[in-house]
Design a protein around this ligand. Structure first.
Ligand code: URA
Length: 433
């Protein structure tokens, strides 16, 4: 088999076989196929697309390019929740404990934040002592004993994706639905969960800017999961404003704790309840989403979700006293109120701009090597649909940096107004299963 023939076949719009796709994936992972041929191939895929079958073969080959985790020893369904990346997205830290507190097993391999989106691992590390790498044995034991483990993905999982993603990033071939779908799903499938809930974001600050693109991506991923016999479902959620109020690592952990205490922001609670209900159904704990909703609401009201978060933190070496007493999280030196200079109803809060501002205040990194300031970020005081008068506080910037007035202005300008009252749609726009 020759790589040049495979590239030409895709270039001419023909369907590739399982063997041809495996030849490419394995050859690229083993450094036998050079970057220039892989670039030509990904560009051909970007223009020609892939059939459902080809996308399934690609995912399967990438998933098997490295180690796969076998969680079958647990003898029960293991559920994973994955978000395509948002601003203020601390959902795993709330849904994970809530679902686990109902008796389900929740396993998640997570990533770090890059650019304007935060990563669950960084948020976890704002709790002193928290370990994000466990051995496979520790991971399995924690799932058995606590029911919840969230860890970093090791270098041995899906090495083909690591290489391919880095290549796509610099060859303008990220924006291909079959390539995105297979990249996300191959990692999820390799990490061992047999039920997956995907939270596909759309809007400013999300990967997919429109609902229609997000829906196409979600459907492609659900189809891959079906093909490989994993119960895969997706929700499509709105990122046209940050999720909840808090954006920034320890600020988000504190909001997760508040939410488990029953005091979460309305949009965030709704997302947690809907995602949690679906995961409970996937785990076989409830028969209907309505039953799931009641159960999740009950676990917030009776404090069991919060107890599970503390148990999970302690199991991974973290200081659980931060969960019971969140005032222990250090505050940034400056908390600057950003005030409205006009009146009206908030129509939109540009998530991308708020995410970048939080990063500039110290909450994120522009390169993988940069250190982050756990206390930095933005806390919104107003959300879409709220009425605002001149002088009202829109948000509070938390930072240890000096001379960041330009960032305060960006936060202010991220708020868009209109004169008329508006209905705020439900955060979950569609459910695909
Ligand atoms: N996230 C991934 O893991 N892969 C992609 O291709 C895009 C987003």
């Amino acid at each position: 088999m020759r790589m040049v023939d495979i590239i030409a076949k895709k270039r001419d719009g023909h369907e590739l076989t399982k063997e041809e796709i495996s030849f490419f994936v394995q050859g690229y992972a083993d450094n036998k196929i050079p970057d220039y041929q892989a670039s030509a191939f990904t560009m051909a895929v970007l223009f020609r697309g892939m059939t459902k079958k080809e996308t399934g073969y690609l995912t399967d080959a990438m998933m098997h390019s490295g180690e796969t985790v076998d969680l079958s020893v647990l003898g029960s369904v293991v559920v994973d929740k994955h978000s395509t990346g948002g601003v203020g997205d601390k959902t795993s830290l709330v849904v994970g404990p809530l679902v686990a507190s109902c008796g389900a097993k929740v396993a998640k391999m997570s990533g770090r934040g890059l650019g304007h989106t935060g990563g669950t691992l960084d948020k976890m590390e704002s709790i002193p002592g928290m370990r994000i790498f466990l051995t496979q044995e520790e991971f399995i034991n924690q799932l058995r004993n606590v029911g919840l483990a969230i860890i970093g993905q090791t270098a041995e999982i899906d090495p083909a994706d690591k290489k391919l993603y880095a290549l796509r990033d610099v060859t303008a071939t990220v924006e291909s639905i079959p390539l995105i779908a297979s990249s996300i799903m191959s990692k999820k499938l390799a990490s061992g969960s047999n039920a997956i809930l995907l939270d596909v974001k759309f809007g400013s600050g999300a990967f997919m800017k429109t609902f229609d693109d997000a829906k196409t991506l979600a459907k492609a991923m659900v189809e891959i999961g079906d093909e490989l016999h994993r119960d895969t479902r997706a929700i499509l959620t709105d990122m046209d404003q940050p999720l909840g109020f808090a954006v920034g690592n320890s600020l988000e952990v504190k909001e997760a704790i508040d939410t488990l205490n029953g005091h979460g922001p309305k949009d965030f609670i709704e997302l947690c309840i809907q995602a949690g209900s679906i995961m409970l159904e996937q785990a076989g704990i409830v028969k209907t989403l309505e039953e799931g909703r009641k159960k999740i609401e009950g676990q917030i009201a009776n404090g069991e979700g919060l107890k599970k978060l503390a148990e999970f933190v302690a199991a991974q070496g973290g200081d659980a006293s931060y969960i019971t007493d969140p005032s222990k999280f250090p505050l940034a030196a400056h908390q600057v109120e950003i005030k409205a200079n006009k009146a009206g109803y908030i129509r939109r809060i540009d998530s991308l701009s708020i995410g970048i501002s939080a990063m500039k205040l110290g909450a994120g990194r522009e390169t993988m090597e940069e250190a982050i300031d756990m206390a930095a970020g933005v806390v919104l005081r107003k959300k879409v649909g709220d009425r605002v008068e001149v002088g009202d506080v829109l948000a509070v910037a938390h930072t240890n940096k000096e001379n960041v007035e330009d960032v305060y202005k960006d936060i202010h300008d991220a708020f868009e107004f209109q004169d008329e009252y508006l209905e705020v749609p439900n955060i979950v726009h569609a459910y695909i299963h």
